[in-house]
Design a protein. Structure first.
Length: 400
């Protein structure tokens, strides 16, 4: 049963608006007629549900299942029904597919039904489906998307696995320092109080330890406030743009980031162009997958120049944030008339280089964190041992 918003004429000839539940417009007409009203117009009230954005592996599984069913000759509506009724489909995903099915049964194109879910499906996926509706090769496109998002998921999982150790090391550093400062150092307070003078490092350590022991809640509060301030500032467009620009120009890290951003762009551009989507539309979608606001903003000029007839390779070479290999490969593709093949080739190359770059970024964190921990522990040891050693030295000198 649907809820209808209706406009009708009552017995006095006045126009009235209202809501009423009915199986269809015929039943709505009969029910209003029984109330002495004449139906003028009616529309189904949209009870729009909001769904969470699908993860890469969920999009990959959906694409793979859909591709296999379409290749088997199953119609799109039945294919979605089979996917929705599958035991492995979660309740939330089932609700999502039911909503898409409802739109399809009302005559909405599949791509529009996906886009109607707002940010649930990636823009690349929606645009590829829209292209396949025109070309009639949805089974091949969904298979391609399954491979694309499966590759993206594997890369993300590798990064998560690689960053697990640095994250655990960071947590251990915080815990160890908190225990030393809050519980261990105060045990030496009585000993240090008996000494006439203390080295600067020891006095500083005792002050920090005392503050941690007595005002630990302030540290947590300040840390939370600083985190929130950073989050708020990073959402201001001007500051976000500045941070994104700094990111690609950092020593060592900036170069690795450029490789990762180039790989994301080239992989998306290759998939879209291979599907027969116009190059301007390809660029509009591809720029949203880069993940860097500074690079994305430069594409306004890129798209304008491409529309004006400039070569893609020349405009891409002007983008600050990509490695030169991308524009060189595109130029070769333009000169040889095999741009689609060159885009696939550069996308595969950049995927491998992106994986290596991601691993290097993680590897850079480990020695930095170990050195930081060594410095902290070394400072604590020196601050504790120095006055004790000094007192022993004073005692030995007094017996001479």
């Amino acid at each position: 049963m649907e809820t209808y918003r209706y406009k009708a004429l009552n017995e006095k000839g006045w126009t009235v608006n209202g809501k009423m539940a009915a199986q269809d417009e015929t039943e709505l007409h009969e029910r209003l007629k029984a109330e002495g009203k004449m139906l003028l117009s009616a529309s189904v009230e949209e009870n729009k549900k909001r769904f969470r954005k699908l993860k890469s592996n969920q999009v990959a599984d959906f694409s793979r299942s859909l591709s296999e069913l379409l290749k088997a000759g199953v119609m799109i509506v039945r294919a979605l029904r089979i996917i929705a009724d599958d035991e492995s489909t979660s309740p939330k995903e089932r609700e999502l597919y039911e909503e898409i099915l409802r739109l399809l049964k009302n005559g909405t194109p599949f791509s529009d039904a996906l886009a109607a879910q707002e940010d649930v499906f990636p823009p690349l996926f929606v645009n590829m489906i829209r292209s396949s509706e025109n070309t009639g090769n949805m089974d091949d496109i969904t298979a391609q998307m399954a491979e694309y998002y499966e590759k993206e998921y594997r890369l993300n999982q590798k990064i998560k696995s690689a960053t697990f150790y640095p994250k655990m090391l960071g947590v251990l550093i915080v815990i160890v320092v908190a225990i030393i400062m809050g519980f261990v150092i105060p045990q030496f307070q009585t000993l240090f109080d008996q000494m006439e003078t203390l080295p600067l490092s020891t006095s500083l350590l005792l002050a920090i330890s005392g503050f941690v022991a007595r005002r630990w809640y302030l540290i947590i509060f300040v840390a939370a406030v600083v985190y929130l301030v950073i989050r708020i500032l990073s959402r201001i467009p001007a500051i976000a743009l500045l941070l994104a620009r700094i990111e690609v120009h950092l020593p060592v890290i900036g170069k690795l980031k450029k490789i990762i951003y180039t790989a994301r762009f080239s992989r998306t551009l290759s998939s879209l162009y291979q599907a027969g989507i116009p190059i301007v539309d390809c660029l509009n979608v591809s720029k949203t997958t880069i993940g860097n606001l500074y690079i994305e903003k430069q594409f306004d000029d890129v798209i304008t120049k491409v529309r004006s007839g400039n070569n893609l390779s020349d405009t891409i070479s002007e983008v600050d944030g990509f490695i030169r290999k991308l524009s060189s490969s595109i130029r070769i593709g333009e000169e040889t008339g095999a741009l689609d093949k060159m885009l696939i080739s550069i996308a595969n190359q950049m995927d491998n280089e992106s994986e290596v770059a991601s691993q290097k970024l993680v590897q850079l964190l480990e020695p930095v964190m170990i050195v930081f921990m060594a410095v902290v522990v070394g400072f604590i040891m020196i601050a504790v041992i120095q006055p004790i050693y000094g007192s022993y030295e004073s005692i030995s000198n007094s017996y001479q």
